[in-house]
Design a protein around this ligand. Structure first.
Ligand SMILES: Cc1ncc(COP(=O)(O)O)c(C=O)c1O
Length: 361
């Protein structure tokens, strides 16, 4: 790796939003949690679709109440969905709300990389269900490395600068479905990454040009039903060992949270300030006193070229079990602190959050 990265790069300052292309890939470190020959799909939702039984059978799939709404909508094409209460920042799922019948499927998620899966170990015993774990937010966690789940997957394109790519493995040694024909969407996403890189280097490219490609690519992914990843992503994923990037992400989050703790802004707090040993957080997640403050902060940051996403917009009322999920989602903001950034960027991000104060855009 070269020296400390900076959001300033060679030209323009911009933080967050989707990855641009990287020339700099870590290849050193321990083996990854999945076998070398694990199939590489294009998307995480494609993996869920590929795991679904043949048409006709519609098993029940239990999802966390706080989860990516689009992924849930995709899964509802092949599964009857049920929800159990799992809100982020509460130390894990409330498994008393998870009632299964033999043959049900359950998706367990390491929300924001801040959980350790301990609750699932005893729950799983003597239950005739198929357990799928979603390790997207921390693919290299101790949980992912030690799990005995039936299936585990991670959408690697969420933490790595690849246009597409998600891995599936079976810690329990079950057979895996093959990935299908390549999913559409990767070409637009790759073009967007390259254009964004040129933009960050100062090329006279309008932001909208690569944003349009990102959106077009994502739209194509929406209907992915288990296509394989691009050759580019597959080649990279067979070689990259992203341990150093993950360490940087963890260090950035810690730095951000320490500074925020020293100077807490009114109405804004971290959703979590610690995480399990062997884990690394996906990002710093801010929880605002209300939805209006979150929107004000989000817009304030955008004006200063800090693009903080919402994971995830959950439509109010979409969760009959847990109205808290929609309400919480309206107050959360994800501050991107991944490997693209170094300490100076983190300082700038904290200072911008603090500068927001009680101002509105
Ligand atoms: C935790 C989590 N799991 C799964 C997915 C689905 O991955 P993909 O977008 O590659 O389908 C996402 C996407 O946002 C996610 O955040």
């Amino acid at each position: 790796m070269s020296g400390e990265p900076t959001g300033m790069r060679e030209g323009r300052f911009e933080v967050g939003s989707e990855f641009d292309w990287s020339d700099d890939w870590p290849t050193e470190g321990d083996p990854l949690p999945w076998p070398d020959d694990a199939p590489i799909f294009a998307t995480g939702r494609g993996i869920i679709a590929a795991l679904a039984p043949p048409e006709g059978a519609r098993p029940r799939l239990h999802l966390p109440s706080y989860f990516c709404h689009d992924v849930a909508v995709g899964a509802s094409a092949q599964f009857d969905l049920a929800l159990y209460r799992h809100l982020p920042g509460r130390g894990g799922p409330d498994l008393d709300t998870l009632t299964t019948r033999p043959g049900d499927w359950v998706l367990a998620a390491n929300l924001f990389g801040a959980e350790d899966g301990a609750a699932w170990v005893s729950w799983r015993r003597n239950r005739d269900v198929i357990l799928i774990e979603d390790h997207t937010h921390d693919p290299l966690s101790a949980w992912a490395r030690g799990t005995a789940a039936d299936y585990a997957f991670a959408s690697l394109r969420k933490t790595l600068p690849i246009p597409d790519g998600a891995v599936l493995w079976s810690p329990a040694g079950l057979g895996l479905p093959p990935a299908g024909d390549p999913a559409a969407g990767a070409t637009a996403k790759l073009e967007a990454m390259l254009l964004k890189r040129a933009y960050l280097r100062g090329a006279p490219i309008p932001r909208d040009s690569y944003r349009a490609l990102q959106i077009a690519g994502e739209r194509q992914f929406e209907t992915d039903r288990g296509g394989r990843a691009s050759v580019l992503a597959t080649e990279l994923l067979h070689r990259v060992r992203p341990w150093a990037w993950r360490t940087r992400r963890k260090r950035n989050v810690r730095h951000f949270l320490r500074r925020l703790e020293a100077d807490p802004p009114a109405g804004i707090a971290p959703l979590f300030a610690t995480w399990p040993a062997g884990g690394a957080p996906f990002a710093a997640i801010l929880v605002c006193a209300d939805g209006a403050l979150r929107e004000s902060l989000r817009r304030f940051l955008i004006k200063r070229s800090i693009f903080a996403a919402v994971h995830w917009p959950i439509p109010a009322g979409s969760d009959p079990l847990d109205t808290e999920a929609g309400e919480l989602s309206s107050r959360l903001l994800t501050v991107p602190l991944d490997q693209r950034y170094g300490p100076e960027d983190v300082d700038r991000m904290v200072e911008t959050v603090l500068a927001h104060g009680d101002r509105t855009v």
